[in-house]
Design a protein around this ligand. Sequence first.
Ligand SMILES: [Zn+2]
Length: 121
Amino acid sequence: MPLKGPKLEKFKQRLLAKRRELISEVRGSNVGSLETSTDGIQDIADQASSAYTKEFLLSIGDAERRMLRQVDEALNKIRQDTYGLCESCGEMISERRLEALPFARLCITCQEEEERAKARS
Ligand SMILES: [Zn+2]
């Protein structure tokens, strides 16, 4: 079962906030120019996630584009009603994981699996 209702909305807002920050990071201070209408009002209520994002961006340097794509993919999934489902096994990704990583594609089990596979190759 994908996430629904207020919980889904919370993650959506978080993703939108992250997207805005990523865009401003990639394109200097010119926020908004790249902003497509994801849908309607986008108020950032979640200051904590915003601070988290800033800190995160400082630590990742130029991985922003890749990140932005992941955020967009997550937003697409929200539109398609598949947000929060693991792309590999189809199981629900735990909310705790989504809290930390709202654009996670894989559940923790598959993520670890993937990392092990990478480490081997
Ligand atoms: Zn999985």
